[in-house]
Ligand binder design. Sequence first.
Ligand code: ATP
Length: 426
Amino acid sequence: MIIGMDDTDSNEGMCTTYLTAVLINEIKELGNIKGMPHLIRLNPNIKYKTRGNAALALEIEPGPGNDKSIIDTATSLMNEMADLECENTNPGIIFLSSNDINIPGLKNEIEQFMYRAIRDVLTINDVDSLIKKYHLTHSRFKNGRGLIGALAACAAVVCGLPDHTYELIAYRLLDNFGLPRVIDRGSVFRADEKTYPGTWDTVDRTNNTVVCAPHSPDPILFGIRGDDINAIKQAFSIINSEPVGLTLLYISNQGTDLHLVDASVHDIYDERSYKVNGTVLDIPKTISGGHVFFTLNQTGCIECAAFEPTKGLRHIIRELIPGDVIRVCGGVNNGTLNIEKLEVVKLATHQKTINPICPSCGKRMKSAGKGQGFRCKDCGTNSDTVIKLPVKRNIKAGIYEVPPCARRHISKPLVRSSDPRAFPSR
Ligand code: ATP
């Protein structure tokens, strides 16, 4: 049986990953937990999300006659733990049996549903029509919007992911919930030093920040992400902190860029994320607050932005000039693409013009008036030839990214890329 869950938290606390960890503890006697729980990041631009738009799923082989106990335990735990008081919390839970999975057409439809949940905007009707069509067992709280994420997470277990990473999450003891987190910062930097690039986004060295611990009042103490499970476990063993409660290793689509779709500027909609090619149309301008904007020209134009939290990426963007051929990746809101990654494909050759040197005295000649060439004031020599010099560019062609402290959970860090043009930010 696959159990998918979503939408249990609020800004006041809770987190669906914690519900998953507690649930696994409660049902592990009722069956055999198979594989790792799935932590699936959905469309990062969705307005309903509390924080990172995560949905969760786990697989259990129920012991004989235990199906109902598992369903009842999961449903009552969600009822107990979800922050139902919060207006924006609408939990949903879906139970897919092995019979459900074998219904012709289901796999295909839920896989498509998962990609739409990651890349597009769905409605509660979209999930309800599949629940109805395939008679899926589920529990809904309030408007049940969480069923969208719940079904998408189930699909990741059933259909697999084209790329995956791992995260080991350490949860706080109940008594410490809401108190300031006690984590030895130096040990986090040491853990990163020993295990990068098997782990990534533990710290942000350039901005001198710990990235792996949240600041919100949720039950997570810290989470170590990476591609190498041994490196993740090693990092965990190096970090000194307050006592850790539950720990759980997840398989995930974090750090995979699964949210990005290739698009032309005419095919771009708010609340989605894209990869777009084009040329820089104007000189990037910085507005108050340090946010940087420029226009990307393709067969039409789109405004691109690097907001202040993207830190060093703005320095790269400020070096762009009209004519540079680039590719940008990011989410679109209010018609503006917020850059997560930038590939400088080809730098425009920019030339500055200077007045010629007088061949007799070697001094710089002056303009003789509009359209009349140049004249040397001292010798009276005339010339029509202006000198063109290439302007030195301060950036190189290559792929640049936001620093770890500004990265979206689903965005792929360049350290995961084998592309030799990548300049990972660290
Ligand atoms: P949590 O820890 O509770 O999962 P979160 O930051 O991940 O917190 P949620 O509180 O789950 O965000 O809110 C996201 C809501 O948006 C959920 O109800 C989820 O089902 C729904 N949702 C996710 N992706 C989409 C989508 N592509 N279209 C429409 N709704 C979506």
